[in-house]
Design a protein around this ligand. Structure first.
Ligand SMILES: [Zn+2]
Length: 326
């Protein structure tokens, strides 16, 4: 079983075994990936998730997370030359949340910038400092099988943002290990020190966006049910700096900083992003009315005006009632 997961881990976006793609060398950067697998196809990832145009879907309920609390399930941490990857052991699974099957977690990894934002997805025009991806395959199938299924892989995406008061984040523990995997090499055992739940502690996992897309690294297979959570994981800024300054990758018999390991935004090509929640409009912000009912996608600012008119009307009615009482 261990070798089974190793195959998945090596074959997903995250292997350094292949030298035919990279992020920052002109000869193999993302603009050269078009000849690799499905990287030139139409329904690719990542995308900019425009909250105003996300469509509420009532069937996107809460997830069921199994063994996310178990620290013994995070086995090793590895610098694979493209990212830092944490291997997840057997028995960690994801279900419900609008998914049609049980998905087994295989690994998670990170994307970051270089003193500039480095998330892969954007949220309403904002790119975050980092992004974390937890990778699962449908019913524990191997990657070859999963790639043939349009929903064979489920990835959970979490934005990572900075807040210097976030000193209790378990991401601190993880970032302290980076020095030991600063260059690509063998996996480092984690010895049951961190659980997935602890890393995700601050995030409201009932508020998320859903769309169908692809792996974000070659071969970019369109087999991914994407879930991107609205609320970020908060970490102190030095955690992000630890990723950008500590990690290296091998190139031409030398090591270079492993930075900017994110794929550029891909066209939406008519895909509809769905949301698990509706947002309450804010009286004070014209950009506040965001997710709308499934039956109506806003085509102009009419909903914002309607909302404002409704609030004014309610206020006048309330004032009239108050006057009558007094
Ligand atoms: Zn990723």
């Amino acid at each position: 079983m261990a070798s089974h997961f190793k195959i998945i881990l090596l074959a997903l976006c995250f292997s350094q075994c292949r030298a035919d793609w990279c992020y920052t060398e002109s000869s193999c950067a993302p603009n050269t990936w078009t000849s690799l697998g499905s990287c030139n196809a139409s329904n690719e990832s990542p995308i900019d998730i425009l909250e105003n145009y996300a469509q509420y879907n009532a069937s996107l309920g809460p997830f069921q997370f199994t063994n996310y609390t178990d620290p013994s399930k995070l086995l090793t941490i590895t610098n694979n030359g493209h990212t830092v990857e944490i291997e997840v052991g057997d028995g960690v699974s994801l279900s419900a949340g609008g998914l049609s099957s049980v998905y087994m977690a295989t690994a998670f990894h990170f994307h970051w910038g270089n003193g500039t934002p480095g998330s892969e997805h954007w949220l309403s025009g904002k790119q975050y400092p980092m992004e974390m991806h937890i990778v699962h395959t449908k019913n524990g199938m191997n990657l070859t099988e999963a790639k043939k299924d349009a929903a064979g892989i489920a990835v959970l995406g979490f934005f990572i943002d900075t807040k210097d008061s976030a000193n209790t984040s378990k991401m601190l523990s993880l970032s302290k290990l980076l020095q030991q995997v600063s260059v690509p090499g063998k996996p480092l055992p984690l010895n049951s020190t961190i659980s997935l739940d602890e890393l995700l502690a601050d995030v409201n996992r009932s508020m998320y966006y859903r769309y169908m897309g692809s792996l974000t690294t070659p071969t970019c297979d369109q087999a991914v049910v994407w879930t991107v959570f609205k609320n970020p994981i908060f970490v102190p800024s030095w955690v992000v700096e630890a990723f950008t300054t500590t990690l290296k990758y091998n190139v031409s018999n030398a090591t270079e900083p492993l930075v900017n390991n994110f794929r550029p935004l891909q066209p939406l090509h008519g895909r509809q992003v769905q949301a698990s929640f509706t947002m309450q409009p804010s009286v004070n912000s014209t950009a506040a009315s965001t997710v709308t009912p499934a039956s109506s996608v806003p085509s102009s600012g009419s909903i914002i005006w309607s909302t404002n008119i409704l609030y004014v009307s309610l206020f006048l009615v309330y004032q009239e009632m108050a006057n009558n009482v007094i």
